[in-house]
Design a protein around this ligand. Sequence first.
Ligand code: CA
Length: 231
Amino acid sequence: MGNKPDILLVEDEPAIREMVQFSLGRAGLQVREAEDVKTAQALLADNLPDLLLLDWMLPGMSGMDFARRLKREEYTRALPIIMLTARSDENDRVGGLDAGVDDYVVKPFSPRELAARIRAVLRRTRPDEAEGPLKAGELELDPLTHRATVRGNALEMGPTEFRLLRFFMSHSDRVYSRGQLLDKVWGQNAFVEDRTVDVHILRLRKALGIYGCDRMVQTVRGAGYRFSAKD
Ligand code: CA
């Protein structure tokens, strides 16, 4: 995985999933797929995406009800949501905006329109990425381009590792417990356990290790983790 914006698509029609996967892939976005709410929840717990693309009409729980639930949960409250709707749902859209959905795209949509809407929502919902690049020794992270580099070499990591690194680099030389990191990086939530932090710390160290920067992520026994560029 690279540092492309990570989109989770929840859609029960395979043909639409395939089309979205293909066209957004070409537009430089990374797409994970779920065919129903249950699968989507498992994927959300594993890794929070940058944006959720949610079909209105799903088997079991409807996309709209799922969106309402996500907006109530602390963990997913800030997750941007674009609903995919049919024309006939048009009258219900006002209710959706009340539920905190960020935008709607009406089927059938053009791949270009969809990509443009996604980018617009990401720009609006990630104002923190307007901050300048962060530096720690030879490691650099640019929130705007979503790239982490060492001496100009791009590091490969997942979106959660990227968020974790961004938090660390803007809060270096301080110790954070697993619980604090969950709050700061994942948001307080019901799905994620403390050991999830360890898993992502491991992945982050592995990504940094290629250029010898893994020791910047330090384990503080009995306390948690600290990021430091000092030896
Ligand atoms: Ca559907």
